[in-house]
Design a protein around this ligand. Structure first.
Ligand SMILES: [Zn+2]
Length: 174
């Protein structure tokens, strides 16, 4: 399993393309996977003149473009990927956790709103993956604050895989 590097000098914490490659390895251990139909064999990488840039894939079955962000905890935010990875790494390394204010200062996020959003998502994913009471509490919070979280195959836009992607990132941060 791919895990996040311990050294925060690693490019994946400072460069968005390096972060994207790291996330693909974590979320898609078997190769780029369609967020809608969850197949691998129908997916091709965009290339040539029609390329939309690195990290874009196309599912022949669903006829949709996607990137590693789609359907994950990161999908509905404008926060850059490397900042997400740094957030997970710092949270995993800290014994007491940290506040949204600290996150904003340390990572250099543009607004408290972004920092609050990120801090909550990280906490939910990290605490939710721990095998303790916090797990059920985090799940309760998740089901209140986000929908849908179940039935990933039938959910529109594949957004429901947010939690599994968050847990995968949490596990990779340990
Ligand atoms: Zn598909």
């Amino acid at each position: 399993m791919t895990t996040l590097p311990k050294n925060i000098d690693h490019p994946c914490y400072h460069n968005d393309n390096a972060a994207r490659i790291m996330l693909e390895a974590i979320f898609w251990p078997n190769g780029p996977t369609c967020p809608t139909c969850h197949r691998i064999d129908t997916v091709i990488e965009h290339g040539g003149k029609k390329s939309m840039g690195p990290g874009w894939y196309w599912c022949r079955e669903c006829r949709e473009n996607f990137t590693v962000r789609v359907g994950s905890v990161l999908g509905r935010s404008h926060i850059q990927l490397h900042k997400w990875l740094l957030g997970f790494r710092l949270y995993a390394a800290s014994k007491k956790g940290f506040s949204a204010h600290q996150l904003m200062r340390t990572i250099g996020l543009g607004s408290y709103r972004s920092a609050w959003f990120m801090a909550h998502r990280i906490r939910e994913a990290m605490d939710g993956s721990a095998d303790n009471v916090a797990r059920s509490e985090a799940k309760a919070r998740l089901s209140k604050s986000m929908k849908p979280i179940s039935a990933p195959r039938s959910a529109p836009n594949g957004r429901s895989s947010m939690t599994s992607a968050g847990y995968a990132l949490a596990a990779a941060s340990k």
